[in-house]
Design a binder for this molecule. Structure first.
Ligand code: TYC
Length: 101
């Protein structure tokens, strides 16, 4: 009688999914001064004047603009910090987050 081959033929490879990155999105409004938006973008997202101006104008003309992409907790912390900066100054400035697809 032939011997039974008990060697595993298929290797199980555990696969850990990389957590999705999250976008921080700047939302336009009619009240926050442009220069204030630029100041917040520079302070919270370490942008240059040029980058901040471009992002602000994009949100102003199109309604929203992706500011940056981070791990979820960092994206949420920065969005909250930037939104709070507006609120402290009496502006409705809003930053939201959303997962990348
Ligand atoms: N729309 C604002 C204004 O005209 C400026 C602004 C730009 C506000 C982008 C928010 O996300 C924003 N004063």
């Amino acid at each position: 009688m032939a011997e039974t081959d008990t060697k595993p033929r298929v290797k199980v490879k555990p696969k850990t999914e990389r957590p999705r990155l999250h976008k921080v999105i700047l939302v336009n409004d009619d009240y926050t001064p442009r220069e204030f938006v630029v100041t917040v973008l520079k302070a919270v997202f370490s942008m240059s004047e040029d980058q901040a101006l471009r992002v602000m104008i994009t949100a102003h003309t199109r309604g929203t603009c992706v500011v940056a992409v981070y791990a979820r907790d960092i994206a949420e912390t920065k969005a909250t910090e930037a939104t709070d900066a507006g609120r402290s100054a009496g502006y409705p400035l809003l930053f939201t987050t959303e997962p990348e697809t």
